[in-house]
Each structure stands twice: as C-alpha cells, then as structure tokens.
Design a protein around this ligand. Structure first.
Ligand code: TYD
Ligand code: MG
Length: 424
C-alpha cells in the first residue's frame, strides 16, 4: 500500500499550546499501594503474587483435561464465601454440568452464579447487573462477538473478546479470569496470542494421568514470575500440596539404579524432585533420546558431555530421562541429577539414596555454581538427606555449611559420578 503524506502548514511552534507534563524525580513519587484481594486458596494466592488485583485480567492456560475448570470453580467458591457473588460463565459446558462438578467438589454455593453463554456482549451485560467480585470466562476460545465474522477460537475473535473483557474489568475494578486451552498444533489461537494483552498468565501443568499439577506464573505484572503452586488432583478436586518436596519423593525406591534427586528452586521455594534415567542398547539405527519434564535439547547436551568428558559409551544407547510427578524443570541446576541418573542406569549401580545433587554442567564437563545454594542445602537437610553433592565453585560464593548435612564438593561431573556412584 502506498501512503501519501500531505504536507501541512505547521503553525509556528511557539503558537502551539500543549499540556506539557514535567518529569518528576523517582524519589518524589509516592509508593503505589496495590490493593489486593486475598484468595483463600494459598497455592493460587502465591502464584498470583499475594492476592488478586482489582480490575486485573488473568489468563489461566493449560492442556484440555488438566483441571483448569476445576481450579477456577474451587477458587470461585472460596472467594464467593468471603467476597460475595462470583460469576462463572461457561461457554463449554452446560450449567448442569457445572453443577455436577460443584457437587463433586462439595462447593455448592449460592454465591457462585453460573451462566452459560457464548456472546461476550450479552455476558458482559449480565455481569454488569450482577456486579460480581470476580468474573470467570471458561473458555476464551469458545466465546465470540457479533461484529467479527470468523469463528470462535480464531485469533481475531480471541483478541477482541479478551479486549472487551479487559475493558469491562478495568473500568469497574473487577478482576477477570479467562481460561484458555493450549492447543497441540502450536497454539494458533491459543493462550499465547493473548499473553501480551493480559496482566498475568498462569499455566496449569502436569500429566493428565498423574496426580500432581503445577500452577506456574509465566507473566505477572503484579508479582514475581516463576512462582509455582503445587496441587494434587483428588476425587474431590484439587488439593493443595504444602510440602511439594515430600510429595514428589514419596514413591521413590531408594537403592534402585537410574534414580537421583535434584534440588530446584521455583520462585522462592526450593523443591526436591526425583530424576530418573534409563539407558538400553538401541535396536535400530538412530538411538532415541527422550525427555519428560525437562528439555530434550538439554538432555542431548548432557549425554554428549557424558560421552566426551566422562567417557561413557552412550553412543549406541537409547536414553530416557523423566522427572517424577509431572513437574517440569527449567533450570540447569538439575543437570547434575540428570547426569547422575543416566550414569547410574548405564553402570547399573544405584546413586547413594541419601544424596541430593545440585549443579549445572558446562560443556567441558565442569560443574558450575548455581544460585541460592544455601537454601537448596537447607531443604535437602530438612527432608532427611544426609549428603549433598555440589559444585566446588559454589563454596567460594556463599556458605555451604548446613548442620547435619555432609557436603561433597566436586569440580567436574566425572568427579561427581565417581563420588556418588563409584567407578567402573
Ligand atoms: P477439568 O477441570 O474439566 O479440566 P479442564 O477444564 O482443564 O479441561 O478436569 C479434568 C479432569 O480432572 C477430568 O478428567 C476429571 C478430573 N477430576 C478429578 O480427578 N477429580 C475431580 O474432583 C474433578 C472435578 C475432576
Ligand atoms: Mg474445562
């Protein structure tokens, strides 16, 4: 398209009267107190950054069937009993189906109002009359506005609906939750196209058939990101897991080969998780590398380091790595635990079950120091671990003395393997 720019005769600069604001020194600005509505579900409250901000728009995303509707219905009931009516708009399920779920969850409340409808403007009209303490729209992919001809779930529909919901909430100071399914096909009109529009994005993760669910903030204008909440899917809905490390390690078979324990930090909390590795001779051509709960690229890198720097002959092996419990680990501090699990399976010798492993692995096979080492060690000790293996470099950066915990320092992954599994 060709744009033509018309030359206009500018009035003399001095003649223009503008409302010019003066910049102010940072120190002179008053602190902005953000009001927050506490949410009576602590794990959700934490991920939100300590309560709901009035007028904020929060996107809750996740795979279909993971438990999003369950979570918001529980939140609705909890909030309604303290703050007055919550309006739950369902465009996916009938009011009857929601009632069935509420029955199951034991949260039949007269303050949770249910509306089944797909037209955003009609929904908002209704919501204006109700004036709820929270508005929930389940899901953003199934609602639409009249003016846009494309089907519900298309990018333009999803964007426009979100923008109208946002305007409505912001102008009234009412928080709005929207639910979005993550679609397998790269999320064309999924929650990703909305991430930049909303105030906070929370993803509910986990394995559909496993019992743990992790709620993770990937964006939060009013709080820290990477904060997680941990839940367990039970018969009566999502139960909060206050002690995630304990829960994740519950079913561990200490003494089996191919298992080790990593200490990760999620937001402000150290969490211990079991990492499993399995190596088997591959039957055909290209060996498999498969990771669950961690990045496949990272697994490949660690395998390469084990081959080249430690001398493990993993070339003809299929290699699987798994984080138990449905947690996803993103931080490299878990590298050492992954490497130990793989080496342990390959040599068929168990890692000392009393040992927790902490450390990032570099390409030369060196162990690199990680943040907040003392906190990690503290959590390992609290859970009854007797030993921890850490990068020698970490000791130079902070204290690593935790009473009751024997701390083993290693410079390289080869040394760490030697110390925790033994040589060949
Ligand atoms: P749901 O909240 O409908 O998932 P989403 O809205 O993310 O699609 O929950 C899906 C699964 O959770 C469903 O397969 C059954 C299970 N579930 C329980 O195990 N216990 C419960 O109390 C409830 C309500 C659901
Ligand atoms: Mg649902």
């Amino acid at each position: 398209m060709i744009e033509t720019i018309e030359e206009r005769r500018q009035p003399a600069l001095s003649a223009v009267k503008r409302n010019v604001e003066r910049p102010q020194p940072l120190s002179a600005l008053g602190a902005l107190a953000v009001e927050r509505i506490p949410v009576p579900i602590a794990e959700l409250d934490r991920v939100l950054g300590g309560g709901l901000v009035p007028g904020s728009l929060v996107l809750i995303g996740g795979d279909p069937g993971i438990g999003k509707s369950t979570l918001v219905l529980q939140a609705a009931a909890a909030l309604a009993s303290e703050r007055g009516p919550v309006l739950y708009v369902s465009a996916e399920e009938s009011a009857q189906q929601i009632r069935l779920r509420a029955d199951r969850l034991g949260v039949l409340s007269e303050n949770v109002l249910v509306l089944s409808g797909t037209d955003v403007d009609a929904v908002l009209e209704s919501a204006t009359t109700v004036n709820p303490s929270l508005l929930i729209v389940d899901s953003i992919q199934t609602v639409s506005v009249d003016e846009i001809t494309s089907a519900a779930g298309s990018v333009s529909q999803v964007r426009e609906c979100t923008s109208r919901l946002m305007q409505w909430g912001k102008s009234r100071g009412i928080p709005v939750f929207i639910i979005g399914h993550v679609t397998k096909e790269g999320a064309i009109a999924g929650p990703r196209v909305l991430e930049h529009m909303v105030d906070a994005v929370l993803y509910l993760e986990g394995e559909r058939h496993g019992h743990f669910r992790v709620l993770r903030a990937v964006k939060n204008r009013f709080g820290s990101t990477d904060e997680v909440g941990v839940f367990e899917m039970a018969e009566v809905g999502l139960r909060e897991v206050r002690n995630p490390s304990e829960a994740f390690l519950e079913e561990r078979h200490g003494g089996a080969s191919g298992s080790s324990v990593a200490v990760t930090i999620e937001g402000t909390r150290p969490i211990l998780v079991e990492v499993q590795g399995l190596t088997t001779p591959s039957a055909y051509g290209l060996p498999r590398r498969s990771a669950n709960g961690l990045d496949t690229g990272r697994l490949q890198l660690l395998v390469a380091v084990l081959q080249k720097r430690v001398g493990l002959a993993l070339g003809g092996q299929d290699i699987y790595a798994n984080v138990v419990g449905g947690m996803r680990i993103g931080e490299p501090a878990a590298d050492l635990a992954v490497a130990l699990a793989i080496a342990s399976s390959f040599r068929d010798r168990p890692v000392d079950p009393e040992l927790a492993a902490i450390g990032e692995i570099g390409l030369s096979g060196e162990l690199r120091s990680v943040a907040q080492i003392e906190r990690r060690l503290g959590e390992a000790q609290r859970l009854g671990f007797g030993k921890a293996i850490i990068p020698a470099a970490a000791a130079k950066r902070g204290t690593t003395n935790v009473s009751g915990l024997r701390v083993i320092r290693a410079d390289t992954v080869a040394e760490a393997i030697e110390a925790s599994i033994g040589g060949e």
